[in-house]
Design a protein around this ligand. Sequence first.
Ligand SMILES: *Cc1c(COP(=O)(O)O)cnc(C)c1O
Length: 500
Amino acid sequence: MTQSAASGLTFRTPLLFEQGRAGRSGASLPTAGVPDADPKALFGELYREAGTPLPELSEPEVFRHYVRLSQQNFSVDTGMYPLGSCTMKYNPKVNEWAARLPGFSRIHPWAPESSVQGALALMWHLERALSEICGMDAVSLHPSAGAQGEMTGLMMIHAYHQAQGRSPKKVLIPDTAHGTNPASAALNGLTPVAFPVGESGVVDPAVFAASLDDDVAALMLTNPNTVGLFERHLPELAAMVHAKGGLVFGDGANLNALMGRARPGDLGVDVMQLNLHKTFTTPHGGGGPGSGPVGYKAKLAPHAPAGGVVRGDDGRFSFEDVGPGSVGRLRAFHANFGMLVRAYTYIRELGGEGLKRATDLAVLNANYLRVCLGETWHEAFEGPCMHEVVIDDHHLHEQHVSTLDVAKRLMDYGFHPPTIYFPLVVHGAMLIEPTETESKQTLDEFVAVMAKISQEAMETPDEVRGAPHLTRLGRLDETRAARKPVLRWMPSEATSDPEG
Ligand SMILES: *Cc1c(COP(=O)(O)O)cnc(C)c1O
């Protein structure tokens, strides 16, 4: 039972998963035409005298359980999801159709290459399309997430330096960076060194020069960065790093602001990751699936991870053998293949002009929000942004209403909250990324709701501080959820009681 604070009404929340009864089943199998085997003989010491206390349920009960769980989720298919730096754009359903084609979805990773030519051809074409979009010489589709792509890129940088007989240690990372950046450097035995980004929000070559020395292995830079600004000095920064023998890693998670308009490879980036589950529309959230291909310049090719596809003179596709300089495999098999199909479908569906238009609309939508929200809210940085905008809770301090309260209140109005308290350099940050797939009506509605919440914070602050009021669960203890997560289903009293 759940009590709704707003109306005082209670509504029944069935716990179907826990409500099974002994002997209930969702399967109807034909009677076996062979004599029963003795399970003890069959399973030996693995045989259990008593069954595991799992719920026994009928098919409709199982079905309702999972559909109910799906209804408790907020998704981009139910509303605007402006989670900054996550590019939660609408996922076209034609991608799902393509990914489910049996020739793609029912193949085995160990199938002989001769029987999966279509899948290999798709990978080959996708590698080329992504290389073109990023201005790189080649792309490896191997890594399974943005973070793994970062790690792969830094492994390649590390291997490159070692092949030159050098071992520089420092990876310079601005203080606006995503937390995965320093982690990827550290996992490679390199030393992440943070340097400050000033008032302007972008890296200033003069400030950067102070951090630069001969021990630089790489500069790691996100462009546009996580405050939604274009790193306009990137070519100059790259030249400075290259002059010291270092390389430039580009965090390409925010490619949604560049596609068709600017190519990291043309701006001095040597190696980068792409997040197919962001820019290239595979649904994500809740941790997966992911795909973080790595694009690189020719000089890094000997160090690429396993799994590139080549086309022979006879037009046949096959996986390339890796040389001794390769950083090797980072996962079993080739990739989360369905995501490659979705990305390829998306690219073919939109074409070059369409991708450019998606970028333009993503940037336009973010700037529309920036200007409209700016009437009520404090903008963290002045002037035009790229695909996302940062505002903060400055004007609510006296009311003791915080960014967290605003995020929770947005849920009452049917919007997913933006990314909050990130980037760390902005106190009380809300990082808002509308993406190109939201209409002007939806953006206007979002602006109106944000103005309403600001007004509530002034007039009835308790209402905002107590939010959310209309969700199935109220405000959760997020610290306890993180420190003491309940990750495993345990049988409740009800299931262990046969009469219950
Ligand atoms: C999302 C993101 C990442 C990490 O990507 P995952 O696929 O979540 O591992 C890295 N950098 C930036 C800027 C991001 O937004």
